[in-house]
Design a protein around this ligand. Structure first.
Ligand SMILES: Nc1ncnc2c1ncn2[C@@H]1O[C@H](COP(=O)(O)OP(=O)(O)OP(=O)(O)O)[C@@H](O)[C@H]1O
Length: 390
């Protein structure tokens, strides 16, 4: 999407949340306790000269209400609506972020899932848009249709007039431009009377932009909701390895897709190995096991691992079945497995010493969208993950 430079925009906002869940696989099911909260530095330095990370962990226990925070920024009827739907006291991220957001600075909101980031950025949008104007003034880009529907629902709820206010200013309109939707209807809507806020997935957004149906000349706020980049995952993995210091670990990465192969991209597994070896974590001896290695190379790699000492093996699902490396204490699902059976096979690469009392861990690094996938595995396999940090 090359239609913006940050200077054209009032505010550029990125939100992200990342979950890491972990569970004891064997020999017992006591869970490890959260160790630390991961916080990502802003990723948008090249976009903006005034990036701010909204910190979510603070000792300051301010008692400001949402009304006090929004006063002078958000129209009174919106504040009343916010209170009417039950938002009175700000959450921590709202308390921290709103003053920055109202100042018009670009911002990265990085906070735990469910901490109230959506309301924070919607309030900022409602503080700058002019609901009397029929033009797209705020664009929220979401990764999935489901998240888009949720955000649209909240935006429409806040945009509605408070019940005691029948007349008064026109409410702003919110369009959900989501993959799988009826784009023809949206085309007529956009042409006839553009909405004030558009919530869009990337595919639908690009279509509308390419056809010049969606115009963003009046757009003041761009929100990129749920940014979870590969780089962020890499950093989380690095932090985990540094904190856990596993004696011997296997990191599972998904296989490269045919599409990515055809596009000539480097395999994800190679990229991760390169990242680990070039990182400051001191992982100079990372082994690799994947389909594309011939049989002899694979056998050599495995016998080297069995040879003694600790190891850090980065592997695709080829290592999930039949590979017996009894020293493995930690499994990391860098990419979530395809299904519960694969999860089980991966997890089963650890806890393979019948009489050992060493604790073994299976840790999955997942995005918010993947939480329900993991939940499915939990239900199917009857185990319970603990969320460790975000
Ligand atoms: N100030 C508030 N007071 C009461 N409830 C709130 C407040 N802010 C948000 N909520 C509620 O908290 C829940 C989570 O909020 P929200 O979806 O905005 O979190 P989020 O940080 O955007 O989560 P995710 O990262 O999963 O998208 C919602 O049910 C929302 O209605």
């Amino acid at each position: 999407m090359a239609c913006f430079s940050a200077t054209q925009l009032h505010t550029l906002l990125w939100t992200s949340s990342l979950n890491r869940t972990s569970h004891h696989f064997k020999p017992n099911y006591t869970y490890r306790t959260p160790k630390f909260l991961f916080r990502q530095k802003p990723l948008i330095a090249s976009f903006s000269t005034s990036d701010v990370e909204a910190r979510t962990e603070t000792k300051d226990s301010s008692t400001a209400t949402l009304r006090e925070l929004c006063h002078g920024h958000v129209p009174e009827h919106v504040i009343r609506r916010v209170e009417e739907v039950g938002y009175v006291i700000p959450t921590e991220v709202q308390l921290q972020a709103l003053p920055f957001l109202y100042s018009g600075r670009d911002c990265v909101l990085h906070a735990q899932t469910g901490s109230g980031k959506t309301l924070a950025y919607l309030l900022q949008i409602l503080s700058v848009i002019d609901s009397q104007r029929s033009a797209v003034q705020a664009l929220i880009v979401v990764p999935t249709r489901e998240l888009g529907m949720q955000v649209t629902k909240v935006a429409r709820m806040l945009a509605a007039k408070p019940s005691e206010l029948e007349s008064g200013p026109k409410s702003c309109t919110v369009m959900a431009l989501l993959d799988g939707g009826m784009l023809n209807r949206h085309k007529s809507w956009l042409k006839a009377e553009p909405p004030t806020i558009v919530v869009a997935t990337m595919g639908s957004l690009c279509q509308m932009l390419e056809k010049h149906i969606l115009k963003l000349d009046s757009c003041q706020v761009l929100v990129v909701d749920e940014v979870c980049t590969k780089r962020e995952k890499n950093q989380v993995l690095l932090s985990l390895l540094q904190v856990d210091s596993p004696e011997s670990a296997i990191i599972f990465v998904s296989e490269q897709s045919e599409k990515s192969k055809k596009a000539g991209n480097a395999p994800p597994i190679t990229l991760l190995v390169d990242f680990l070896m070039s990182s400051s974590g001191g992982f100079s001896n990372v082994s690799l096991l994947e389909e594309d290695m011939n049989f002899n190379k694979r056998a050599a790699s495995l016998s080297e691992l069995r040879g003694g000492g600790g190891y850090l093996l980065v592997a695709t699902d080829i290592a999930a079945r039949g590979v017996d490396l009894p020293e493995t204490t930690h499994i990391y699902n860098f990419d979530i497995p395809k299904d519960a059976v694969n999860y089980l096979h991966r997890a089963g690469r650890t806890g393979r010493k019948p009489f050992s009392d060493k604790k073994c861990f299976v840790t999955s690094i997942i995005t918010v969208e993947e939480r329900f996938v993991l939940q499915r595995f939990e239900n199917e396999l009857m185990f319970c993950c603990e969320q460790l940090f975000f």
